[in-house]
Unconditional design. Sequence first.
Lengths: 493, 332
Amino acid sequence: MVAFVRTAAVVGLEPWPVTLECWVGPGLPGTRLVGLPDAAVKEAADRAKAAVKSTGLSWPTQRIIGNLAPAEVPKAGAGFDLAFALGVLGASGALETEHLRDVWALGELGLDGSVRPVPGTLPIASLARSRNARLLLVADTAAVEASLIEGLAVVPVADLREAVAVLRGDEPARAAGRAPRATRPNVPDLADVRGQAVARRAIEIAAAGDHHVLLAGPPGCGKSMLARRLPGLLPELPVEQAMEVAAIHSVAGVRDPAAPLDHSPPYRAPHHTVSIAGLVGGGSGIARPGEISLAHAGILFLDELLEMPRRTLDVLREPLETGEVRITRARASVRFPARCRLVAATNPCPCGHLGDPRADCRCRPDRIDRYRERLSGPLLDRIDLQVTMHPVVATDLLGESSEESTDIVRARVVAARTRRDARRASGGRVATPAALERLARAIDALALSSRSFDACLRVARTIADLDGVGLVGPEHVDEAIAHRMPVNLVGAA
Amino acid sequence: MSEALWASVAAPGTDPDRLRRAVRDAPDRGLAGSVDEDAAAWQEHGVCVTLRGDPAYPADLAAKDPAGAPAFLAVRGQLPRGPAVAIVGARRASGYGVAVAAWLADAAARAGVTVISGGAVGIDAAAHQAAGRHTVAVLGCGHAVGYPHPHARRGGLFDQLAEAGGAVVSGYLPCTPPRPHVVRARNRLVAGLADALVVVEGGARSGSLVTAGHAADLGVPVLAVPGDVRQPGSAAPHLLLAEGAAPCREPADLLAAVGASSVGAAPSSPSALPPPIREHLAASWPRPIRLDELARRSGMSTGQLLAAITAARVDREVVEGHDGVRLRAAPG
């Protein structure tokens, strides 16, 4: 007899429908799982057998063949356990065909029969709804995540016994727990950053125009403090984007399945020793999303940028340009969205104390040049805003902060973004001829690279949006140029 | 072929044959390379070479330093005649040091006094740049070595100096590398070419102290620019002041040491900077101010301030360095 249970495999971020076919019949007793399973999938046979027996049901002492169709979709992980156990029960007659009609099942089984959540619940639930699933059986905690998809009957099951009872109709299905209403998480306030007028302004422009930022300054001048406050300046994500982010995080297994849908832009700050696979995605078999994709629609903060190996910096270039990562492996080619804003921080020189009045920089000027040259070139060209930060004077830290708070700045940012969207919809000219002329002259006089032209124009466009001006004027261009790092800082005459 | 080559690199009044023999016997000649290759390298870099005692060789250098003056001088550009001052200091210069060096060099050049320096980055570069065509850079290596890289590359400081009418000189074969002892030894040539020496900035172990020592040996008056007592870059000038060097408080002090007098300030073009910013920058000159600090003091919005500063940088009224922005020239 053959039984069918629906489930899905996630390749990259894409869920692929998989039908688990189970046949039980005469032959030497034993279990075989076919259909391009990886090691963890093959172990499903053992886990399912133990779980079925622990539940008090009988495991057929016959030949059992499980097939994951279509066979060409690569499958990984323990998420097929529940479907396989139900398939065996269906094929051996413990469940009837009608019980399993259009039932989707997703979960890892414990040896005692308990059902555990697996990564990728959200995209699979979305697929199940589009395929008109009658029921989606998932672990208790995963049910909260699955029920973010509207119009899908999500059935939480604590263990295999409950799953069988619900399918047979012996027990009513429990309702999936609803996530508590999302609240804006407590992001730190911009008012905490004292002084640093130039860097604050740069962060505001970055938030308004989705520019990448480089913060250069001695240790302790507040680079990470400032970066941490950028998410708070951004508007909340619209539902579709929040779902996209949640799906990425679900597949990567970094999302708490019981958490509500988070509308705030994600903030990721990997350590500078992060591997290339950890940064842009990868891993053995089918690639998993990296930090740059986990930061999709949000902020990727890379501290100590120049401590990262050259190769790691180089792989960042293409995703920053195209907004997505493509990883091709023998078994599958995957695409992860990676439209994040990069906030990079670096010391101004190898010892870190150039321009720091509290400590003496001991670097030779040629070493400083060489250190900075690592930054120059293709990566730096993609970073529109380059800010030199200085340590704060102690007196600035005393007393109440008189700096603008996150709420005030966010209001300006949101207004500028609205203007930008309206402007993009209407098209038309961007800058006045006087502004372009001014930009060309300044780039020549200040010996900036010719590639700076586009970056300055982009930033000037955002500044004009913040000012509420339709066309970029010379004053916007002038300010934009001030956010480019001078070519040589030491001994400029 | 070879004769024509040597004739083309010999300065007017220098015998090509004698030059060839002097180059062959040069103390920095290593095992590699032939004398003709040296001549070809000089020719490629547009260098003329003169021997000690020849008309093109600075006569007072040989007189002042009979033991230490190099046997030949490889000169790119025109060696100016007349009084000369050396303005030297550290490579790792502060904005204050760079501003003072440029101030002194500009005043010297306008008084017709040549500015000699070591062609290094930092203080040396600031002095060369401000002196326009009245300047001589003394290399710590050969002409063909390309050191220091930012100045020796195409279109760099050395090209600018030679084109403007200044000179780049070296007492070494074209391929002698900038080893530390070679770089320090050229400091004697810096002191020998000058009639007065001022040390603007330098650490306690700065090469400027070596130059000042040579100057004292050769009877060249030594001056030092007072600095901030807490800055490490003030160590060298303060040490010299303690040992009896004359303080250099303004360009007139330096010019008086070579018997020149300062001419009036250069006519300044009207400032495009907003008055409050201009006042703050003028008040703190030659010390730079950080942009954050300027934003706080001026009370302008950061955006307006940054735009005004960029406009002034394009007009060459303001310079931005690692420790802040400052006026390029002394406020009137």
